[in-house]
Design a protein around this ligand. Structure first.
Ligand SMILES: CC(C)(COP(=O)(O)OP(=O)(O)OC[C@H]1O[C@@H](n2cnc3c(N)ncnc32)[C@H](O)[C@@H]1OP(=O)(O)O)[C@@H](O)C(=O)NCCC(=O)NCCS
Length: 182
């Protein structure tokens, strides 16, 4: 099936849903040297053999900012099993945005309600860092992620390339109130 890139936006940072982490899980911030952790998690979670290059492209110009923006989800046994980054976008439609970037949970820890607490922490961080709006990039194939982003008040950016076609594809498999008017 064709996989179309999508953009979702949230025009303010009000009323961020607050989901606590399940018992035993915690979130920790990136520490120097955690590039390997990030690369491993993207490889395992999303079959991305080129995760090292992706890391450099996404964060290479500002690696030190990861220490206040990139989180790892740590399971009760102490293993890092997920990641989310509260990044930034300097100029999208001539405005500065907070950016939810590179969300991933390893397959063994999915379906446990972990992506919502991860989103709570990343969105809270974007707000604390002064961002007044947020955006993210995803794809039509990523239905669990899209559902989570919709639950956090993100809506389709219909100005992005092929948005009409992409969201039509999503609507065929996901029924959601904010998608009903598309
Ligand atoms: C995205 C990701 C982090 C979500 O992990 P997760 O929270 O464990 O996801 P879940 O399987 O619990 O699904 C999240 C939500 O989508 C829903 N969902 C999952 N598959 C669905 C489907 N086919 N149709 C409708 N809803 C679906 C779930 O019911 C859940 O909603 P709920 O919380 O209201 O029950 C994980 O799937 C992942 O790492 N994927 C690979 C990387 C990726 O796609 N990253 C996002 C890039 S934009």
């Amino acid at each position: 099936m064709e996989n179309i890139p999508l953009i979702m936006v949230r025009e303010d940072m009000k009323n961020i849903p607050q989901y606590p982490l399940p018992d035993g899980y915690r979130m920790r911030l990136y520490r120097p040297g955690d590039k390997d952790t990030w690369v491993r998690l993207q490889r395992v979670s999303d079959s991305r053999p080129n995760a090292g290059e992706i890391f450099e492209r996404a964060f290479g110009a500002d690696v030190s900012a990861l220490e206040q923006r990139c989180y790892f989800l740590t399971a009760p046994d102490g293993c890092d099993v997920g990641t989310i980054t509260a990044w930034y976008e300097r100029n999208y439609h001539r405005r500065r945005w907070g950016l939810i970037h590179w969300v991933a949970i390893v397959p063994e820890h999915r379906r446990k309600g972990l992506s919502k607490p991860m989103m709570t922490i990343a969105m809270n961080r974007l707000g604390a860092l002064g961002h007044r709006r947020a955006l993210l990039r995803t794809e039509t194939s990523r239905i669990p992620a899209i559902k989570t982003y919709l639950d956090f008040g993100f809506v389709p950016d219909m100005t992005s390339k092929d948005a009409d076609r992409g969201w039509e594809m999503v609507c065929k498999v996901l029924t959601y109130p904010t998608l009903s008017g598309l």
